[in-house]
Design a protein around this ligand. Structure first.
Ligand code: PLP
Length: 416
């Protein structure tokens, strides 16, 4: 099948904007189905970063000379753009970090140590990425707090039958908007309302939601939302968090040094204002510029068009896999495309996920075979690993067809 132009998203044109997609691997067209791990970058992002390095690169917030001021302006402009993209009320509600892992660690370290005590409870779900588990484990070990888990049901969605009991007395509810393994989309507003009714603060991991522009921190009524630039067409090395201003004001700094101060004396220091008090040391400067260009690109495509494209492609993939492999394939994720993102994880009996990925690589099909940094979830699924194909704006039905054909080859190769 040829690339299809979906309503509102001209995939063939989008593909031409991504230089890497014109290369071949093993003499075959590159089929990139690992965007949930990290997305590819359009020419406009590469150009924006290149232009900064060539014409106005300098450290930020430090120099009074022209290019330093231009560099600082670009960085702060990127912050304002991210804030608008996330539906935030003001730019200084966004703190840049190197990725969402650092953003969640920042919040756990700074807010968690200030607000939690022994016996307090933190609630997470079984579908969290390690980035939204391990910081809480570390806090629990240090403070003696309790970690409670919301289970998943047989349809790979959150089992909310015990939600009120699990939230009872909890201080924090930290959950993902979209599962990076199952593709399940959670009803963030519903969960946030339930948490607030129980008196808990709400942290949303939006690593897999932000790439489609479907984050609205105000409509979600969240308290803290993390994102990571490299999954949303931006460069690696930049991500961050949005948080309610009153939380950010009350939180102590995370890392010390560099520009996060107003003053330093022999007997102490005075931290800078929000958000800079959380941005210690030289920040990812050109990366912020690249992230701003990525958001420009996403906004041109439009959230609705991206989500619709993803739904159609996911439906096509689920149907194709089912038609070709029937009961021999196990898809770990909701069956339909309602409240489901473009992530399709699967396994075959008797074939290891890594073996599948290796055969697929011979066909230039890039998928992820792993526990996807969600080991508690993999234990619930009863598998050590699975194979994940994830779709983004540059993928089309031809990519799905290539995936299915390559899987057929892998199945034959490993036939028992
Ligand atoms: C849901 C989710 N949260 C957090 C992360 C961590 O992202 P990063 O490595 O950019 O910090 C990922 C990455 O796969 C993810 O999918």
């Amino acid at each position: 099948m040829n690339p299809t132009d979906h309503a509102g998203l001209d995939t063939a044109r989008v593909q031409r904007d991504f230089p890497i997609l014109s290369r071949t691997v093993n003499g075959k067209r590159l089929v990139y189905l690992d965007s949930a791990s990290s997305s590819q970058k359009p020419q406009s992002v590469l150009d924006a970063m290149d232009e900064q390095y060539r014409t106005y690169y300098a450290n930020i917030h430090r120099g009074v000379y022209t290019i330093a001021e231009e560099s600082t302006a670009a960085y702060e402009h990127a912050r304002a753009k991210v804030a608008r993209f996330l539906g935030a009320a003001a730019a200084n509600e966004v703190v840049f970090t190197k990725n969402i892992t650092e953003a969640i660690n920042l919040f756990a370290h700074s807010w968690g140590r200030t607000n939690l005590r022994e016996g307090d409870a933190i609630v997470v779900t079984e579908m969290e990425h390690h980035a939204n588990i391990v910081p809480w484990h570390m806090l629990c070990a240090e403070l003696g707090t309790e970690l409670r888990w919301i289970p998943i049901d047989h349809e790979f969605r959150l089992d909310l039958s015990e939600l009120d009991r699990l939230l009872d007395g909890a201080k924090l509810f930290a959950f993902t908007a979209v599962s990076n393994v199952l593709g399940t989309v959670n009803d963030v507003r519903f969960l946030a309302d339930a948490a607030h009714a129980a008196g808990a603060t709400v942290l949303v991991d939006a690593a897999q939601a932000a790439p489609h522009g479907s984050v609205d921190v105000q409509a979600w009524d969240a308290d803290v939302v993390g994102f990571t630039g490299h999954k949303m067409l931006g460069p690696s090395g930049i991500g961050g968090l949005w948080a309610r201003p009153e939380l950010l004001e009350a939180m102590p700094p995370f890392l010390g040094g560099g520009e996060m101060i107003l003053d330093v004396r022999k007997d102490g220091f005075v931290p800078n204002e929000v958000p800079w008090k959380f941005e210690a040391g030289t920040m990812p400067i050109a990366e912020a510029t690249g992230l701003a260009a990525a958001i420009d690109y996403l906004e041109i495509l439009g959230t609705e068009a991206m989500l619709e494209h993803e739904r159609r492609l996911t439906a096509y993939a689920l149907d194709s896999l089912h038609d070709r492999f029937g009961d021999r394939i196990h898809v770990h994720g909701p069956a339909g495309t309602q409240m489901r993102g473009g992530i399709v994880s699967f396994g075959f009996d008797h074939i290891h996920a890594h073996d599948i990925a290796q055969v697929l690589d011979e066909e230039a099909v890039c998928v992820r075979a792993s526990h996807h940094c969600a080991k508690p979830l993999m234990r619930v699924l009863g598998v050590p690993a699975n194979t994940r194909a994830s779709f983004y704006v540059y993928n089309d039905e031809a990519d799905v067809d290539t995936l299915v054909e390559a899987l057929e080859r892998a199945e034959k190769f490993f036939a028992v």
